[in-house]
Design a protein around this ligand. Structure first.
Ligand code: FCB
Length: 502
């Protein structure tokens, strides 16, 4: 962990290290098979708008992603999720495919506008029935479902009423959580309130590369707070709606922020980005407060007056687990007086910064091999992230709720899709998870992003993250060699060699 993001003495980070697992350490040291604990979940993840299609069926109304993707110039090639990979109609085959591969868990999201089209009022049973059938199908195949309530697709009507910068959206989200909890809580144990609230707040309302495409720094910070509040309210609503055995978590894309040098200015820049990427969410969620350094660094942008009495208590609703999504680390330095240019943030370029109050921080490309997204492959970052959150949230089980890579996959002359780079990526990252386990981290499962190629937001269909290849003409699914490699790992609970499977 870089010094810049190391804990203040009062933070739980300063508490005792987790207890190392010598049984797992020995395996690595002897180059013996990298074996995971029994019961470890081997999953894949998706989200509703990226795979379902059927956007006008069953009473579903537009979400902000329907509006955004249909606005010229917002997505690569003007692509939309109208059809996506038609999972809404093909879910039975998709579940069978997961079972055939050997997966033991599946993380998917519920489309809010499918179950509560205007974002308020009574639920549409047809919408809920789709998810009931999907869950029943998963359970019948021995696959453990994990439901994400919000993966970025706010009903458009709620955006028209002000969206996440407005407090009422958090209340609406709690009502929706209650509906879904009551409908699925008897059969789904693993729950995730929000997926990557950083993207919703800062890409959606700051840089504008995600829906709804607004570029207003104040709105982005207001959105962050109301997403936090939504998480807290929804956590309590879910608890009251579901059996006590169910586990509630949130999935954060907590950044691994590294300073370019040990120069105090670079360390301070890394601290600032760490606050804006991580502390702004885990501060209130885990510790019941926003970091003082965040409040002062953003004081020229906002006065935070929308944080009302009692909010922080609500947001700190107890959790059963924490989900971490990891792709690549960030490398930053101070750049006082640096001219502001277009900013690439990994999800697209914009003239507007997704980092309010940090215009003088420069982002650098981490050296090393890159994926098709231009993201550096750095498994050590995953290890660092896990060990950091083992200390940040002592006693809270962790799940890697997303990790994966896009490559330019194509079927070969044999009709098969060979993706040795993805196998190497998965091997290295799972080995990093294993190393963290051996060092005492409590990681309970790993969800590969993604089950199959899908609509990659502003990039349209151009970036393929799937372990399963999708032919966008025919929508035919073909497991890539990485899917077979991963399935073999899932069945055995042991990593096959990186060279096997292809
Ligand atoms: C994450 C998102 C997921 C997908 C991957 C590549 O930030 O949660 O939907 O876009 O990145």
């Amino acid at each position: 962990m870089p010094e810049s993001v190391s804990p203040s003495p009062s933070s739980p980070l300063a508490q005792a290290d987790p207890v190392a697992r010598p049984d797992l350490v020995a395996q690595d040291a002897q180059q013996a098979p990298v074996a995971f604990p029994p019961g470890f979940l081997w999953g894949a993840a998706t989200s509703a708008y990226q795979i379902e299609g059927a956007v006008r069926e069953g009473g579903r109304t537009p979400s902000i992603w329907d509006t955004f993707s249909h606005t010229p110039g917002r997505t690569a090639g003007g692509e939309t999720g109208d059809i996506a990979v038609d999972h809404y109609h093909r879910y039975r085959d998709d579940v069978r495919m997961m079972a055939d591969l050997g997966l033991t868990a599946y993380r998917f999201s519920v489309s809010w506008s499918r179950v509560q089209p205007t974002g308020r009022g009574p639920a549409v049973q047809v919408g809920l029935d789709f998810y009931r059938r999907l869950v029943d199908e998963l359970l019948a195949h021995g696959i453990k479902p994990a439901v994400t309530l919000y993966h970025w697709d706010l009903p458009q009507e709620l955006e028209d009423a002000g969206g996440w910068p407005e407090r009422d959206t958090a209340q609406r989200f709690a009502e929706y959580a209650q509906i879904v909890g009551e409908a699925l809580g008897d059969r789904v144990e693993n729950w995730i309130t929000l997926n990557e609230p950083w993207c919703s707040a800062f890409l959606g309302y700051g840089s504008g590369v995600h829906a709804p495409g607004r570029t207003d720094p104040v709105a982005s910070l207001r959105a962050a707070h109301h997403l936090n509040l939504a998480h807290g309210l929804a956590t309590s609503a879910l608890r009251s709606a579901m059996p006590a055995r169910n586990q509630i978590a949130v999935s954060l894309n907590s950044a691994v922020v590294r300073p370019l040098s040990q120069d105090p200015a670079d360390l301070a820049a890394a601290r600032r980005i760490d606050d804006l990427a991580n502390g702004v969410f885990h501060g209130p969620m885990l510790h019941g407060s926003y970091p003082a350094s965040l409040l002062s660094a953003t004081s020229s942008v906002t006065d935070w007056s929308y944080v009302l009495d009692g909010d922080l208590r609500t947001i700190k609703a107890p959790l059963n687990a924490l989900g971490l999504n990891y792709y690549t680390p960030a490398l930053v330095s101070a750049a006082p007086g640096e001219p502001k240019g277009p900013r690439a943030d990994g999800h697209g370029a914009s003239a507007h910064s997704p980092w309010p109050g940090a215009d003088d921080v420069l982002f650098h490309q981490t050296p090393g091999e890159r994926t098709e997204m231009g993201w550096t492959v750095d498994p050590t970052g995953l290890y660092d992230l896990i060990t950091r959150y083992s200390r940040e949230a002592p006693g809270l089980p962790l799940y890697i709720t997303e990790n994966g890579a896009a490559y330019d996959d194509k079927p070969g002359p044999d009709g098969q899709v060979h993706d040795p780079e993805r196998i190497a990526y998965l091997h290295a990252h799972l080995a990093a998870v294993h190393r963290a386990l051996a060092d005492g981290a409590d990681v309970r499962g790993y969800y590969l992003w993604s089950l199959m190629d899908n609509f990659e937001w502003a990039y349209g269909y151009e970036k393929r993250f799937g372990a399963v290849y999708v032919d966008y003409e025919t929508l035919e699914r073909t497991p890539k060699s990485s899917a077979r490699w991963y399935g073999e790992a899932a069945r055995a609970g042991v990593l096959p060699g990186a060279g096997s499977g292809d």
